[in-house]
Design a protein around this ligand. Structure first.
Ligand code: CUA
Length: 345
């Protein structure tokens, strides 16, 4: 009598360690559910509603898939005289083809649509309203003050909000259709030229989140990201008050040379720096560019080196973006401009 291990059946099975490895390979997938850009790690009421819909749909599909597979196995493996009971007649067709879809799909549809309606039509305006305008391929951010409309604070590619309170976002586009999406805080909403869409989002706690354009808008759609920082409310008020002010004055020779070069060159045709003669509105406002986490809408970490590389060679770093490369400028001038921009916190 041979040992059980030596039977041909056992030899054809994958050894246990390999099966464990296959399971271990799923762990990063599960870890991917957490973090600063995950709809399955909801950090606010709108995102929680969506995550709940997701889980209801997921477990619903698990049950339906399991039931379908059980019927398939039953039909394949059972003796013909037993499985004939599920194949013949109209019973299964009516129950599985008419009643079951109505019972499953109708409540799910009603549930999903009702949540979507609640999210997109808040009754009372929130205390803070932020306008975000999609451009190819970056985000203009405008903090509105309903009592002082002259006090709009313009920024780019980074959004600051107070935690624990609702914020109304007004979404527009300057060129093509983009889609505004902060997975941890809520659902996607399109930014459509000539139209203003509204969405209310709230972060439960202070934290950092990542947003991403979710509608293909051209060659750099994937590099159209932004960060959202939720502050404790008092800290947010202080941040917004500071943000309103002019840019930091340069205080050493290199920075002064950088500012002067910036103001003399074509930079000012597209970019604004509050408190200087630079008032261009085509590209991102640079008043606090040195204080942002990234440049190029999530393309590079903010540093003087990366700013210099961006100025000289942005068409290689982000091909198809709307800025011209300034590789023809003398290297010292590019370095001075980069140092000046990095100092603008
Ligand atoms: Cu903007 Cu995709």
């Amino acid at each position: 009598m041979p040992e059980p291990h030596s039977t041909p059946l056992h030899k054809t099975r994958a050894p246990i360690p390999r099966r464990l490895l296959a399971l271990a390979a799923l762990v990063p997938l599960l870890a991917g559910c957490e973090g600063i850009m995950s709809a399955l790690d909801p950090q606010g009421p709108a995102a929680r509603d969506i995550a709940t819909v997701w889980w209801v749909m997921f477990w619903g599909s698990v049950v339906l898939f399991g039931g379908t597979m059980a019927l398939v196995l039953y039909a394949l493996l059972r003796a013909p005289e037993r499985r004939v009971g599920i194949g013949g007649g109209m019973r299964l067709v009516i129950a599985g083809g008419v009643i079951l879809p109505i019972v499953v799909i109708l409540p799910l549809l009603t549930y999903g649509v009702s949540l979507g309606t609640v999210q997109s039509s808040p009754q009372v305006p929130a205390a803070l309203s932020v306008e975000v305008i999609g451009h190819r391929f970056w985000w203009e951010v405008r903090y509105q003050d309903p009592e002082r409309p002259d006090q709009v604070v313009v920024s780019a590619n980074e959004i600051h909000i107070p935690a624990g309170v609702p914020v109304d976002f007004t979404l527009r586009s300057n060129d093509v259709i983009h889609s505004f999406w902060i997975p941890n805080l809520g659902g996607k909403l399109d930014m459509i030229p000539g139209r203003a869409n509204q969405v209310r989002l709230q972060a439960d706690n202070p934290g950092l989140f990542r947003g991403q354009c979710a509608e293909y808008c051209g060659p750099q759609h994937a590099r159209m990201a932004f960060f959202v920082r939720a502050h404790p409310p008092a800290e947010f008020e202080a941040w917004l008050a500071a943000e309103r002010g002019p840019a930091r004055e340069p205080d050493d020779d290199l920075l002064i040379r950088g500012r002067d070069a910036f103001l003399e060159r074509a930079c000012v045709d597209c970019h604004a720096i509050r408190g200087t003669a630079a008032e261009g509105r085509v590209g991102p406002d640079l008043t606090r560019v040195g204080g942002r986490l990234t440049i190029g809408a999530g393309t590079l970490e903010t540093s003087a080196d990366n700013l210099a590389a961006w100025i000289a060679d942005n068409q290689r770093l982000k091909p198809g973006n709307q800025m011209l490369p300034f590789g023809h400028l003398p290297a010292e001038e590019v370095e001075a401009i980069a140092a000046y921009l990095e100092s603008l916190e």
